[in-house]
Design a binder for this molecule. Structure first.
Ligand code: GLY
Length: 287
């Protein structure tokens, strides 16, 4: 039943990068799967996979995160456990290598769900979570055609105990207002998990995802019995119809079935489970 699915963002990217981002997703899913295959917990699998993606300079999270209108870098991340609906999230935090670690600290060590701004990172220092120079996250400027890409990263897993966990991490959107927070750390928008239904991690323009509460809509569709592949496709199409623009989402339901859907040109994704693994830059028909 255990499975992990990851994404490296939805949008359009240069064709020569598509294989590389799909491969990065496959590697991250394999890292997460190693945890699950060893009998580990979904939370450890999701954090391991997201950390891997945060280290990938091709993607807009951790190393490779995009800059805001002032040229600074601020980061958003969230982690949610579907067993007890516990969650931790951070928004608009200063540069650090692994924002998902800070989200996990909020989940496990804070009475709160969402901490924002420099104070969130300062709070995390007592648990050994340190910031880094922004230059440690910067990578050479993207080509103009890639400016529209939404390379947020995320992972959703279910373990042998039936615990569903979802995690998401992002630099947001390029040139964003320095005070912006996106959908990723907002429960029900970019991230949601509920053992009684399934889990979701979204990617795309946060301002659109928030307006349709995409992650919670997908989880509720799975709760009602819809196959995650159908729910992912239907609800990303629905987002496009209702508010314009594109988004992508990865899903795992309580039975361990996987869904990947996007209303963008592409979306990098991968899943890994006992009977095999797959990855791609678009969801092929028939998946
Ligand atoms: N989906 C990432 C963001 O808009 O911040």
């Amino acid at each position: 039943m255990s499975v992990i699915v990851v994404h490296g963002g939805a949008g359009d990217i240069k064709s020569h990068k598509r294989e590389a981002v799909a491969r990065a997703c496959a590697e991250a899913a394999a890292v997460g799967w190693q945890v699950l295959a060893g009998g580990g917990r979904a939370i450890d699998a999701v954090v391991a996979a997201v950390r891997w993606l945060e280290d990938c300079p091709l993607l807009n999270a951790g190393r490779g995160a995009c800059a805001d209108a002032n040229g600074d870098i601020t980061l958003d991340a969230a982690l949610m456990v579907g067993r007890d609906l516990s969650a931790g999230a951070v928004g608009n935090v200063p540069p650090l290598r692994h924002p998902i670690d800070l989200a996990r600290a909020v989940l496990e060590r804070s009475p709160h769900v969402l901490l924002v701004g420099p104070g969130a990172l300062e709070w995390g220092r007592q648990f050994g979570i340190e910031g880094c120079p922004a230059d440690d996250l910067r990578v050479p400027a993207d080509e103009p055609a890639e400016e529209k890409a939404h390379d947020t990263v995320g992972a959703v897993a279910i373990d042998d105990e039936g615990v569903v966990v979802a995690g998401t991490s992002t630099g947001g959107v390029r040139g964003k207002h320095p005070a912006r927070v996106g959908d990723s750390p907002l429960l029900g928008c970019g991230t949601y998990a509920d053992d009684e239904a399934g889990g979701a991690s979204a990617t795309g323009t946060g301002e659109l995802i928030m307006r349709v509460t995409l992650a919670r809509a997908c989880v509720d569709a799975m709760r009602a019995g819809e196959h995650p592949m159908d729910a992912a496709r239907r609800l990303t199409d629905d987002l496009h119809r209702r508010v314009g623009g594109g988004a992508g989402v990865i899903l795992v339901d309580r039975h361990g079935r996987v869904g990947v859907g996007h209303s963008t040109l592409g979306m990098s994704w991968a899943w890994h489970r006992a009977d095999g693994a797959a990855c791609g830059w678009q969801v092929p028909a028939g998946e």
